[in-house]
Design a protein around this ligand. Sequence first.
Ligand code: DGY
Length: 320
Amino acid sequence: MSRPVLWIPRRLSDATLARARRDYDVIVKADDTPGTADEIIAMSAQVDAMIPCHSEHFSADVVARLNPRLKILANHSVGVDHCDLAALSGRGIVVTNTPDVLSDATAEIAMLLMLGAARHAVTGDRIVRSGAWDSWSPSFMVGTQVTGARLGIVGMGRVGRAFARKARGFDMEIHYHNRTRLDPAEEQGTIWHETLQTLLQQAQFLSLHCPATPATRDLLNAKTLAMLPGGAIVVNTARGALVDEDALIAALDSGHVAAAGLDCFKVEPGGNPALAKHENVFMLPHIGSATRATRDAMGYRALDNLDAFFAGHAPADRVA
Ligand code: DGY
C-alpha cells in the first residue's frame, strides 16, 4: 500500500523530520518561510496530510479552496487560532494540536519575562553592553520584588498550571481566573476568582495563559488594565490578540503598569514599534516553546496524531 504524503511547511527538528520520513512520503517547503494561502491550497492537491505551525493560516476562505485529498492537519502548536475549526470540520478535515509537551518551556519563558520585566533586564543589559555603566548607588535600577508578591493567572490550563508550579518556588500568592475551578488536589493553595475583575484587582503580577478566541480578544484593554493595582507588571506568553497594545502603552506611559514582559504581539513577526520604544517592556519573538527538547516533543506529538489517524484510530489530540 502506498504511504500517505505529508507536507511540512516549516523546518521542524531533525528528529521530527527523520521520523516523518521513515513513515511518510514527505515534502518539506524549501525556504522555511510561512506557507502562503496559495501554497497551502496548491499543496492540498498533492498531499494527504500537513503539519502546519501557527504561521500557516487556514481561514474560512483558504479552507473553502482546499482540495478534498487533504484529510488531516496535525498542527505543530498547542494554539489553533490560526485555523478556522468550524470551516475545517465542515470540510471533514481532522485537526489536532500538541498540548502538554510545551507547557514547561512556555512557563519558563513566562518566568523569564516576569523576572526580566520586574528587574529592568532590558535597561541593565543595555547599560553594561554599551559601556554606559559608570556608577552604582542604592537607588540605581531598583525594581519590583517577585518573591512573595501576588500573582494573577488568567487561564489555568496546562501552561497556566505549569507557571503556577514555578511561581510557587518564588513563594508567590497565586490567584487565578478560569471558567471552571480546579479540583482541590490541583488547586494547591491557589485562589480561584470567578470573575476576571476580582482577579485583576489582586494581581501585582498578571500572566496570561488563555487561548485567543473571539471572547478573549483584547481581554486586557483600557478598562481591565485600570483594574490592576498601580505598578502592576503584565506578562503575555499566550497570544497577542489578548492585549489591546495601545491601551497597554497608555498604561505604561502613565505608570499605572510598571512594566511588561511580552512574547506575543498583535502583529507577528515584527511586533509593535511603539512598544519597542519602552525600555520597561522586555520582549521576545514568540519563543515560548523554543527548546530543543520541546520542539522534538511537539514534532513527535504531531506525528503520533498522524499515525493514529492513518491507522484508523482517533488521534489523541483531536480539536476538530
Ligand atoms: C503554540 O504552540 O501555540 C505556540 O505558540 C507556538 O506555536
